[in-house]
Design a protein around this ligand. Structure first.
Ligand SMILES: [Zn+2]
Length: 80
């Protein structure tokens, strides 16, 4: 299980899809149990989106990342 601090250190790589499967799983597991980090990630992503409005249009970021997270969080909540 990651600590919040480790999650922050992985954040950039996570959004860049640069994590291994195991790292990604740990990251998402932490997000399912840590409301603080979910909110932080949402804010962080919003900031990225805003700053990336001026990015190259062909910088194609897949949109399934947040959806994955939402589903993981919802599933984790349902199973408790
Ligand atoms: Zn956390």
């Amino acid at each position: 299980m990651l600590t919040c601090r480790e999650l922050f250190e992985f954040l950039h790589d996570y959004l860049a899809r640069d994590l291994s499967l195991a790292q990604r799983a740990s990251f998402e597991l932490h997000l399912t149990v840590c409301k603080h980090c979910r909110e932080y990630l949402a804010t962080y992503k919003k900031t990225i989106d805003l700053t990336c409005a001026a990015c190259e249009p062909d910088d194609d970021v897949p949109e399934d990342v947040p959806e994955d997270l939402v589903q993981a969080i919802l599933n984790a909540r349902r199973s408790k």
